[in-house]
Design a protein around this ligand. Structure first.
Ligand code: BGC
Length: 381
């Protein structure tokens, strides 16, 4: 791996900050049992300095986090200076620690005012999102190294408008498709806006990639169906946004294959398939852009599989690099334990464990293994 390689971890605002009272998730959670409400989350809004210094001590030279739109714009005509100052302070802290920043502008949550007025189904949703982005870019755009406009647009659209799992819990093919089109328009508009304000900016998005392994097609006999699924879930959004990416952000968690023997799985039952990461990286090298793995991780409360998981996925990256994929960074999901959306706090994705009673932070053993890998890669150059 080259000396430019970035190693770090990722978080998102609603999952860690706590008290994001002005967004649609918060509103939705209030009708759910207590353990499924985000509440104080990991109290990261208050403890961010401690968390970033942990990242530094764990050897990270990159960090991904998201800006909470509803904090910046709690009401349609209200811009919160305190929130803007806060995120500027976070970015200054990252600069001080010499950690590169990946800033996500939308990670699943929407301001409640936006959701109430139709959310991503509104024809002017891309413009409203661009208005927010403009304020963000003016206020702290000078400190951002990498921009990610939207996190996992296909996941957001399908979970919220098809699977009925996330707010607003709809099931409509037309709505799902419309939301995807609006998100794509928002990405394109935001990409251009950021570049107009900051010509040298690096802008992309984080796409969830599922590896549809070749064995799958052989087994089920339905190559076309699998190819269509692959195109729809993994590539359709790139198709809608082509020409507006400076790099590719790839989130990878699992593969679909025809494995019949029991295979290792995470606490959530997701199969652990590092070779799937090589597979998707080789697929996206066709976009001829630098690639950053912007999320990859597993729920593993006992921390018995995380270290091996990190090792094997980093090896898969090396394999893909040798076959021409220009991978330049790896961000583990997640830096700290956090609120796992509709599944609440039970899944433990953190390199660092959170005691939700005391908010104490304790790095897990795997965090030190990862640190060792980072240090070794830096000395063997
Ligand atoms: C999302 C994260 C989530 C992670 C684990 C990703 O799809 O971007 O917000 O916590 O998966 O489920």
């Amino acid at each position: 791996m080259t000396d430019e390689f970035l190693y770090g971890a990722a978080t998102s605002a609603h999952q860690v900050e706590g008290n994001n009272v002005h967004n649609d998730w918060w509103n939705w959670e209030q009708n759910r049992p207590l353990e499924f409400r985000s509440g104080r989350a990991a109290d990261h809004w208050r403890l961010y300095k401690q968390d970033l210094s942990l990242a530094k001590n764990l050897g990270h030279n990159a960090h991904r986090f998201s800006i909470e739109w509803s904090r910046i714009q709690p009401e349609r005509n209200q811009w919160d200076q305190h929130a803007l100052r806060h995120y500027r302070a976070v970015l200054l802290e990252l600069r001080r620690l010499e950690i590169k920043s990946f800033v996500t502008l939308h990670h699943f949550t929407n301001p409640q005012w936006f959701a109430e007025r139709g959310g991503w189904l509104r024809h002017d949703a891309p413009q409203l999102f661009a208005d927010y982005t403009r304020v963000v870019v003016d206020y702290f755009g000078d400190l951002v190294d990498f921009w990610l406009t939207i996190n996992e647009p296909m996941v957001y659209a399908t979970q919220s408008y098809w699977h009925k799992r996330w707010p607003p819990q709809k099931r409509s093919g037309i709505k799902t498709w419309l939301v995807i089109r609006r998100l794509a328009a928002a990405h394109r508009q935001t990409y251009r806006l950021i570049h107009r304000c900051r010509p040298g900016a690096k802008v992309g998005l984080a796409q969830h990639l599922i590896a549809f392994m070749p064995s799958l097609a052989r087994q089920s006999g339905s190559r076309t169906v699998i190819a269509l699924q692959d195109f729809w879930f993994n590539h359709y959004f790139y198709h809608l946004t082509r020409g507006t990416h400076d790099f590719i952000g790839a989130n990878y968690y699992f593969a679909k294959s025809n494995m019949t023997q029991p295979e290792p799985v995470s606490d959530l039952g997701w199969p652990i398939r590092p070779e799937g990461l090589t597979h998707v990286l080789k697929q996206i090298k066709k976009y001829k852009l630098p690639i950053y793995v912007t999320e990859n991780g597993l729920a593993d409360a006992a921390d018995s599989r995380r270290a091996d998981f990190i090792r094997s996925h980093l090896r898969s990256i090396e394999t893909a690099q040798k076959q021409g994929a220009d991978v330049r960074g790896y961000l583990h999901w997640s830096l700290i334990d956090n609120f796992e959306w509709d599944l609440g706090f039970a899944p433990r994705f953190g390199l660092v464990a959170i005691d939700y009673k005391t908010m104490a932070r304790t790095p897990r053993r795997s965090a030190y293994v990862y640190k060792g890998i980072i240090e070794q890669s830096q000395t063997t150059l």
